[in-house]
Design a protein around this ligand. Structure first.
Ligand code: DC
Length: 668
C-alpha cells in the first residue's frame, strides 16, 4: 500500500493480464449488517477488507456481535435473539454505507428494546446529508437528535415509540442509501405487523436498491415491491442467515480495469475475475457505457475480458443515473475520446466522499481538458494534448483511481507526460491494493520503469540511503551487493573456489532466490543474516571481479526494474546495469567516515572490531572494486556526487528526493 504524500507515475503503455478484484463495498457492508442482525453464524467469503468495512465490523463488535476471520472467510455471529449493547458510541469514518444503515437499524432497535446510541464520523461525514433518513425515522416515531447541524451527523438515537400503522415516507432523490437503510432495518420491527415504505420524489440509483432487495432475499426477507414507489416488508419477517455467502468482486472497482482494457488492452485483453454478467451490482452496466465508447468486452458470468476497439475512444452523451460511481471513470475515459462527452443525471456526485462534480472538473482542467459543469452534469472536451499535472484526490478513493488512468496519455499523444497523484493511500476505502494491481498488468510506455541508482564504495551508507529514498517514493529496491554476497555464500557452501570463474558463473545462473522486502531466501532458507558475515563480504568482493559472474547476474538485476520505480544500490548500477537511469547518485564519503560507521554497526551487533583494521580492509576493497577491468567502481559521467561524510541519513535522503523532484515537470 502506498502510504505516501504522493505517487509519481511515469507514462504508462500497454496493458495485459489478469486481475482479481476485492469484494464489493456495497455488498460487503450490507451483508455485514444483515449477518449482524441475524441469529447464528454467517460465513462471508471474500469480504472486502477496506476502511469502510473495517468501521462496520468494529461497530458490530461494539454492539455485541462476534467476528472471526479464517482465511478468505469472515464469520459473524449475529445479534438475533441476543442482548445488544444498550448504549454505544460508534465512529464510522467516512463510510456512508455504514452510517446510513446503522442509523436506521439502531434507531429501530432503540425503539424496540430501549437504548442510547451516538454515531459520528470524520469531518467530511458530518457534511454529508442524512436529513431525509432522519425525517423518515422521526416520522416513524424514533427520537433522533442531530448533534451538530440539523440534517447531518453526528446523531444521537434515543429510542421512541414506533408507529408502523401508516406508511413510512422517505425521499429518494438525494441518495438511495436512505431507502436501503430503512429496508435493511425495518424487519427488526415487523414481527407482528407489515412495514410499508413510500418513496417521495424520483428514486435515484435504483440498482443499489436491487442489491438491497436481493440480499434481503438471501436472508429470508421477501420485500414486496410496487414499482419503485412502494415497498412492503411483510409481517413475521425475520433475518435468517443463509449460512455461507460469497461476496462478488466490486463492479465499480472493475470499471478502472474495464477502462484500462479499452484504453491500453492493445495486444492482449485485460481479464477481470470475480465479477461478470451474472453480477447483482448495478455498476456492471458500466460495461455497456464502455462498449459505447469503443471497448470490446467479452462477458462471462463471473469474469470480463476487455480490449481496445475504437481508438481514439468514441465520445458519448449518457444519462448515468444507473451507474453513479462507475460513471466517474467515464469522465477520465473522455480524455481519450474523439469529441466532447457529456455525463448527465449525476447530481448525487455532489454528496459523495467529496463534491465529485467539482473535484472532477478541477482535476481534468489541470490536465488541460475544457470542462463544463452543472448541478447534475459534466461535459468533458478532451484537450489537444494532456499536460503533466499534480492531481489532488480529496480523500476520495475514486478520484485517485480515476486519476491513474490519465497516465496512459502517451498512447494518444506524441509527447507523453508523467503525473503525480496526491495522497494515493485514499484508495484504501475500497481497494487497498489498487496501485499494486494496476502495476501488475501495465508496462511503462518506454518499456522501462524509472530507476534511481546509488553507487559508492563499501560502507558509504548506500543501502540505508536507497531504502530511505525508496520509502519516500513508494518504489522497489535492489541491493545488488546482496546478489554478490549470495553468490559468495552459495559458492562457500558448494565448495566452489573464488578463482573458478566458470564455476561461479554457473552457480550464479542457477541460484534459487526469493526476496521479501529486505529478507533474502536462498533455496527457501532465510539467509539475510548469513549474508552480512564478514567472510561472505570478503569473498563477494573477490569474486565480483569475474566478468562471467557479473554477466550471469545481469538479467536478475534488470528484473528488479518494476513500476512504479526502482532504487538500486551497488557499484555499477549507474554505469553498467541501468545506464539510462534518469537520476544517478554517487556517494563519496571518506574512508575514515566509512570505517567509523562500519565500526559502530559492528559494535551495535555485539561484534568487536579494530578501527584501523576496518579502514585498511575498506580501502583494500575499494581498490579492488576500482581497479577491476569489468564494471569498476566509478561515478557515471552524469552522476550527481553526494559526500555524506557529514550528512545524517535524513538529510541525504532529502537531497536525493530534491534532485528527483527538480527533474519532474510538476516541481515541489
Ligand atoms: O555493497 P556490498 O558490500 O554488499 O557488496 C558486496 C560486494 O559485492 C562488494 O565488495 C563489491 C561487490 N559488488 C559489485 O561488484 N557490484 C555491485 N553492483 C554491488 C556489489
Amino acid at each position: 500500500m502506498f502510504d505516501l504524500p504522493h505517487l509519481d507515475l511515469v507514462p504508462l503503455g500497454h496493458a495485459a493480464g489478469t486481475v482479481r478484484l476485492p469484494g464489493s463495498k456495497s455488498i460487503s457492508n450490507r451483508l455485514l449488517l444483515l449477518a449482524g442482525l441475524s441469529e447464528g453464524r454467517t460465513t462471508l467469503v471474500d469480504l472486502l477488507d477496506s476502511d469502510d468495512t473495517r468501521v462496520m465490523l468494529e461497530a458490530l463488535r461494539t454492539l455485541g456481535c462476534t467476528v472471526e476471520r479464517e482465511g478468505a472467510c469472515t464469520v459473524v455471529t449475529g445479534l438475533g435473539g441476543r442482548p445488544v449493547a444498550a448504549r454505544a458510541e460508534l465512529f464510522l469514518g467516512n463510510a456512508g454505507t455504514a452510517m446510513r444503515p446503522l442509523t436506521a437499524a439502531l434507531a429501530v432497535l432503540a425503539c424496540e428494546q430501549g437504548g442510547d446510541y451516538l454515531l459520528r464520523g470524520v469531518p467530511r461525514m458530518h457534511e454529508r446529508p442524512i436529513g431525509d433518513l432522519v425525517d423518515a425515522l422521526r416520522g416513524l416515531g424514533a427520537e433522533v437528535d442531530c448533534l451538530g447541524q440539523e440534517g447531518y451527523p453526528p446523531l444521537r438515537l434515543r429510542g421512541g415509540r414506533l408507529d408502523l400503522s401508516r406508511p413510512v415516507q422517505v425521499r429518494g432523490d438525494v441518495s438511495s442509501q436512505f431507502l436501503t437503510a430503512l429496508l435493511l432495518a425495518l424487519p427488526l420491527a415487523c414481527a407482528e405487523q407489515d412495514a410499508t415504505l413510500e418513496v417521495v420524489g424520483e428514486l435515484i440509483s435504483k440498482p443499489y436498491i436491487e442489491i438491497t432487495l436481493n440480499l434481503l432475499g438471501r436472508f429470508g426477507i421477501a420485500v414486496q415491491r410496487e414499482g419503485w414507489q412502494r415497498f412492503v416488508i411483510p409481517r413475521g419477517s425475520r433475518y435468517r442467515t443463509p449460512g455461507r455467502i460469497p461476496v462478488e468482486a466490486d463492479a465499480s472497482s472493475a470499471s478502472y480495469f474495464i477502462a484500462l482494457g479499452a484504453i491500453a488492452g492493445v495486444e492482449a485483453p485485460v481479464r477481470i475475475e470475480g465479477v461478470g454478467a451474472a453480477s447483482i451490482q448495478g455498476d456492471i452496466r458500466f460495461v455497456e457505457a464502455a462498449r459505447a465508447m469503443g471497448a470490446v468486452v467479452q462477458a462471462e458470468p463471473n469474469a470480463l475480458e476487455v480490449r481496445r476497439g475504437a481508438w481514439p475512444l468514441r465520445a458519448i452523451d449518457l444519462d448515468c443515473n444507473h451507474i453513479p460511481d462507475a460513471a466517474m471513470t467515464l469522465a477520465v475515459m473522455a480524455l481519450y475520446a474523439d469529441g466532447p462527452s457529456t455525463l448527465r443525471n449525476i447530481a448525487s456526485w455532489r454528496v459523495k466522499e467529496t463534491d465529485r462534480i467539482a473535484a472532477m472538473a478541477c482535476e481534468l482542467r489541470k490536465l488541460g481538458a475544457t470542462v463544463e459543469e452543472g448541478d447534475d452534469f459534466l461535459r468533458v472536451h478532451p484537450p489537444e494534448r494532456l499536460s503533466p499535472a499534480r492531481l489532488h484526490t480529496y480523500d476520495d478513493h475514486r478520484m485517485a483511481m480515476c486519476a491513474s488512468l490519465a497516465a496512459f496519455n502517451g498512447l494518444r499523444q506524441h509527447e507523453a507526460v508523467p503525473l503525480r497523484i496526491e495522497d494515493p493511500k485514499c484508495v484504501a476505502k475500497t481497494f487497498p491494493d489498487y496501485f499494486e494491481t494496476l502495476f501488475s498488468v501495465v508496462a511503462p510506455l518506454s518499456g522501462r520503469a524509472p530507476v534511481i541508482t546509488i553507487d559508492g564504495p563499501t560502507a558509504s551508507g548506500k543501502g540505508t540511503l536507497a531504502a530511505g529514498v525508496a520509502a519516500r517514493l513508494g518504489w522497489h529496491t535492489l541491493d545488488s551487493g546482496s546478489l554478490y554476497r549470495v553468490a559468495a555464500l552459495a559458492a562457500r557452501r558448494a565448495g566452489v573456489a573464488a578463482d573458478d570463474e566458470a564455476g561461479l558463473a554457473r552457480l550464479a545462473a542457477g541460484l534459487q532466490l526469493r526476496f521479501e522486502g529486505t529478507t533474502v531466501f536462498l533455496a527457501g532458507e532465510d539467509v539475510s543474516d548469513a549474508l552480512r558475515e564478514e567472510a561472505v563480504g570478503t569473498m563477494a568482493s573477490q569474486i565480483s571481479v569475474w566478468p562471467a559472474l557479473r554477466a550471469a547476474l545481469f538479467e536478475l538485476q534488470c528484473s528488479f526494474r518494476r513500476l512504479p520505480g526502482l532504487v538500486a544500490d551497488g557499484r555499477d548500477m549507474g554505469t553498467v546495469i541501468f545506464p539510462d537511469a534518469p537520476l544517478k547518485v554517487f556517494l563519496t564519503a571518506t574512508a575514515a567516515a566509512r570505517a567509523e560507521r562500519r565500526h559502530r554497526q559492528l559494535l551495535a551487533r555485539g561484534i568487536s572490531a579494530n578501527l584501523d583494521g576496518l579502514r585498511a580492509d575498506l580501502e583494500a576493497r575499494d581498490a579492488r572494486d576500482r581497479s577491476r577491468a569489468t564494471a569498476p567502481l566509478k561515478p557515471a559521467e552524469d552522476a550527481r556526487l553526494l559526500d555524506n561524510s557529514l550528512l545524517g541519513i535524513e538529510a541525504s535522503v532529502q537531497q536525493v528526493i530534491d534532485w528527483w523532484q527538480a527533474q519532474q515537470p510538476f516541481g515541489h
